[in-house]
Ligand binder design. Structure first.
Ligand SMILES: [Zn+2]
Length: 485
């Protein structure tokens, strides 16, 4: 057995990307998540640094979910000498190989674009770009390539699915189990139990990303288990959201306008979670006669794959969706929905005029097929652009949400005449009150909270609220700072 566990954050410490948490105790060492840093070119280069932990001595890596800021560096592990198991829920285990292959392809493509001077240009011209936008667009160094397809395949061969709520022994005195986090399909909080010399075993819970308490698509998560220490995400620690019904109302109005004016509806979206959430809302509006027969194009092979995967896990969906799957329906499919699998299909849809709804990546409008859809339609007053969730400062999505008047995509300078609808409430994360409610549901109260995955401000706000009501120490470690529990 051994000494009490310690916790070190090697990413997502005072920021919202690069999740990577090491839990060490006398019985062994477990890494929870190994995600990409995302943002400016300088942020991206942090991914290329060798991580400051000894990969060969890790006993296992546990992945909370398939978003790249939690799993996107896994492909580095074979080269670093890691030989253990990568543990994830069954749905995450199905998503991960595709996500890692896609990430390897994207890294190679971006390097080629840099070397040939063909990187996509997507920026605001009027008003003048701010410093964050200029930093994003000023790339003096090539983008990093941190693993290739072969390495993505090598780490994928180490993935071992683990059912929710089942213990998996890692070493004598060290075991893990996964609890539903209701964030995206397959998302989990990770419970780690370490045997400690001369005392009861210590239990640590790493929340991973927590979804809203009443998710629109997924089942409501069960209460978290009794643990001693909690590592809690704090993405929305300083934000409170309103009623989710407002989102459907706003979307319904967008569809009504598009149908009556014959315009396009462009929805920049991410392929895991956000796309399925929007599809589910469109299916619901359709059931109420609000889709008006408009064709819906899902312009992302990854989003198509992830959407189809939902029907294979009815037990993870909310009650009405679960029943519809058990009746033989697929709640994320409807006759007007057309999956697009190639750039050729995507360009064909762009050239075809007329009313249509297009969901395409990237969600921040900084790359991907959304750029040619925007370039082809943003000058039309009948076009609707729906900007869902938080848009990172410096991206074209952020500029569009901030009412940019003129933009550049490729070589084209474009006047923005489209109507823009912001759905900031559409977040896959619990808001401040939901984070606090989750923390309160931990019974008995843990002795310590370690906050990660939030800006310094977000974690400071939630830390103050937690300290005021919980009889626990609340820690906000810096990157690579080790916290003894
Ligand atoms: Zn996530």
């Amino acid at each position: 057995m051994g000494s009490a566990p310690s916790i070190t954050l090697f990413g997502a410490a005072g920021e919202v990307t690069g999740s990577c948490t090491l839990v060490e105790c006398g019985a062994g060492r477990v890494l929870v998540d190994f995600g990409l840093f995302q943002g400016s070119p300088a942020e991206e280069w942090r991914n290329a640094d060798a991580p400051p932990f000894d990969a060969p001595s890790l006993d296992a890596v546990v992945v909370t979910h398939a978003h790249v800021d939690h799993c996107g560096r896994l492909g580095m592990l074979p080269r670093l000498g890691f030989r253990g198991a990568v543990i994830a829920t069954e749905a995450t285990a199905r998503l991960l190989p595709r996500v890692l292959r896609g990430s390897a392809s994207l890294q190679a493509t971006r390097l080629t674009e840099f070397e040939t001077g063909t990187m996509p240009i997507a920026r605001v011209i009027d008003p003048e770009p701010n410093s964050a936008a200029i930093e994003r667009l000023t790339r003096r160094r090539s983008p990093p390539v941190i693993y290739d397809h072969r390495e993505a395949e090598a780490i994928s061969s180490r993935i071992e699915p683990l059912a929710y709520d089942a213990w998996r022994s890692i070493r004598p005195g060290l075991r893990v189990r996964l609890h539903d986090a209701s964030h995206i399909l397959g998302s989990a909080s990770v419970e780690i139990e370490c045997a400690v010399n001369g005392g009861a075993a210590r239990r640590i819970l790493c929340s991973g990303d927590l979804g809203p308490s009443t998710p629109s698509l997924l089942r409501v998560r069960a209460s978290p288990p009794a643990v001693d220490v909690v590592i809690m995400e704090s993405t929305n620690g300083a934000k409170r959201f309103g009623a989710p019904a407002e989102i459907d109302h706003a979307l319904g109005e967008v569809l009504d306008r598009a149908a009556s004016r014959g315009g396009r509806v462009l929805m920049p979206t991410f392929s895991l979670g956000r796309a399925q959430n929007l599809l589910h809302r469109l299916a619901r509006l359709r059931a109420n006669g609000r889709l008006h027969g408009l064709p819906v194009y899902l312009d992302s092979p990854m989003a198509v794959f992830a959407s189809e995967l939902h029907a294979r896990y009815p037990e993870l969906l909310n009650e009405s969706l679960r029943e519809s799957v058990l009746r033989g329906d697929d709640p994320l499919q409807f006759p007007e929905l057309h999956p697009l699998h190639s750039r050729r299909q995507s360009l064909k849809v762009e050239r075809r005029r007329g009313a249509a709804i297009i969901l395409a990546g990237s969600g921040f409008c900084d790359a991907g097929p959304i750029l040619h859809h925007l370039a082809g339609a943003i000058e039309e007053p009948t076009t609707e652009v729906v900007l869902a969730g938080h848009q990172i400062d410096g991206t074209l999505g952020h500029g569009l949400a901030a009412d940019a008047k003129r933009i550049q995509i490729g070589n084209a300078i474009l006047e923005v005449r489209a109507t823009r609808t912001k759905l900031e409430l559409l977040s896959g994360h619990a808001d401040q009150s939901e984070l606090l409610a989750w923390a309160r549901s931990l019974r008995p109260s843990p002795t310590m909270f370690v906050l990660n995955h939030g800006t310094q401000r977000a974690r400071a706000v939630i830390a103050e609220l937690l300290s005021a009501e919980a009889n626990a120490s609340v820690r906000l470690p810096m990157p690579a700072e080790t916290v003894a529990t």
